[in-house]
Design a protein around this ligand. Structure first.
Ligand code: HAM
Length: 432
């Protein structure tokens, strides 16, 4: 693909800027991302999930068919592009359709009766950016294949809850609903379609277009959901869906999870059947959903596989980390005990080599050694040492080099001692 000559880009302002809705993430946020991913991986192993790495882009048709042609995600938010082979591709807006594609393509149903997969992956949606809503964001998702029972639903909800608790979130709301199966949804769909036809002039353009193709989507439209819900007929679950929903609730109760039954929770993706849920954090403001999921018993078949029940969820890593920072702002990090900052004090080339060699040997023993440029002033190096979080400064100049010594300064209490390199190694590699 050729770049368009004279294309307007942010360099017109004299520098490039991150694309709208994307951002760079720095410390201390980065450490929290890593910590959350580690917790998710640890619990995934404990609950029997294997990790899958899915491609960043897929055929656009996979999401059209899987997520639903009349959903906001597919209609308005997908990054679709044509590659050099004129294939229509899309950056993944979510992970479930990709995992199901892989499950079908790799015949996983033949290999494992109860297949459990999880992923850590960035997603892309061209939504209107605002606090907590990005165009590139990270999800950790979990999918369970082959289990039609309510226990699998209760298990994934409990797993999501456990991840949040282990991460340290305390203020969370769990909302639960059942959107039934095709059998109970069929008659409801017809009734809703009639109501929507009567109020057609009050609906937004999207809902006017989709009220026949996918009337249930109007219940979840950002613009019309309130008025539609006010006039929508009550949804009646069939006996089997009712029993399923009750057992999910009882199982959650058995684990001590409190939840709110929210009949307005329909989720924005078409593949769900029966159980749907969301977990939100009130500290986050308008984009408060930190996790969403539910059962999707028809999706594997829809994407060309054998009829296979499935259930799962994805949590939004960016929002979870933000919620944690809002609930509990991070304390200043403790001093790094096994870390030193190398400070060159008017050091000639031989003294620099001496310090460089010592730093290398210390790192090989597991000690962290930071340094800046040997040409920086001592004042600047000491300031950087203070900021680095290292407990010690290793001060080296021509004098230390000629006597084969090191001045070790404790940055916490300002005490200092002149030591041999071996004594420094012993002191730092095994701090008291
Ligand atoms: P989702 O509700 O679209 O579900 O996304 C899950 C979570 O991703 C949300 O609860 C939110 O925390 C986060 N998220 C979504 N959009 C954004 C955004 N623009 N910026 C920041 N965070 C965002 C799914 O994606 C389903 N695939 C979940 C699933 C898995 N259902 C069954 N299995």
């Amino acid at each position: 693909m050729k770049l368009v000559p004279g294309l307007q880009d942010s360099y017109n302002n004299g520098m490039f800027q991150a694309v709208r809705g994307t951002r760079d993430i720095f410390s201390p946020l980065v450490e929290e991302y890593v910590r959350l991913e580690a917790i998710a991986r640890r619990l995934a192993a404990q609950w029997g999930f294997g990790e899958i790495r899915i491609p960043t882009f897929e055929e656009a048709g996979l999401f059209k068919r899987g997520v639903g042609e009349t959903t906001d995600i597919v209609e308005k938010e997908m990054y679709v592009f044509e590659d050099r082979g004129e294939r229509q591709l899309a950056l993944r807006p979510e992970g479930t359709a990709s995992v199901v594609r892989s499950y079908v393509e790799n015949n996983m149903h033949q290999k494992e009766k109860n297949c459990r997969l999880f992923y850590v992956a960035n997603m892309f949606r061209a939504e209107r950016p605002q606090a907590g809503r990005y165009r590139e964001f990270e999800q950790v998702g979990f999918e369970v294949f082959g289990d039609p029972g309510p226990l699998a639903d209760a298990e994934i909800i409990t797993l999501a809850w456990e991840i949040f608790k282990s991460f340290g979130l305390s203020d969370l709301r769990l909302s639960l609903n059942s959107i039934g199966c095709p059998e109970c949804r069929g008659p409801y769909r017809e009734k809703l379609e009639t109501v929507l036809a009567q109020m057609i002039s009050q609906l937004c353009e999207d809902c006017q277009n989709r009220h026949q193709k996918n009337p249930l989507r109007c219940l979840d439209c950002k613009k019309c959901s309130e008025k539609v819900r006010a006039q929508a007929p009550a949804f009646q679950l069939c006996a089997a869906c009712q029993a399923h929903a009750r057992i999910v609730e009882d199982l959650l109760g058995a684990c001590g999870l409190t939840f709110v039954n929210d009949p307005s929770l329909v989720r924005g993706l078409d593949y769900y059947t029966r159980t749907v849920f969301e977990i939100s954090s009130p500290v986050l403001g308008s984009q408060s959903a930190v996790c969403g999921g539910g059962r999707y018993d028809g999706l594997v078949e829809l994407l060309g596989g054998p009829a296979t029940p499935a259930t799962g969820f994805a949590l939004g890593v960016d929002r979870v980390v933000e919620a944690r920072f809002k609930e509990k702002p991070p304390a200043s990090p403790p001093l790094k005990e096994q870390a030193a900052f190398l400070v060159f004090v008017k050091a000639g080339p031989k003294a620099v080599e001496y310090g460089f060699g010592l730093a290398q040997r210390l790192r090989q023993k597991g000690v962290s050694v930071f340094c800046s440029s040997a040409t920086d002033s001592i004042k600047s190096q000491m300031r950087q040492a203070g900021k680095s979080g290292a407990k010690y400064a290793l001060m080296i100049g021509d004098d230390e080099f000629s006597k084969k010594q090191v001045l070790l300064k404790n940055l916490q209490d300002s005490s200092q001692a002149t030591l041999s390199p071996e004594e420094v190694m012993t002191r730092l590699a095994s701090p008291c």
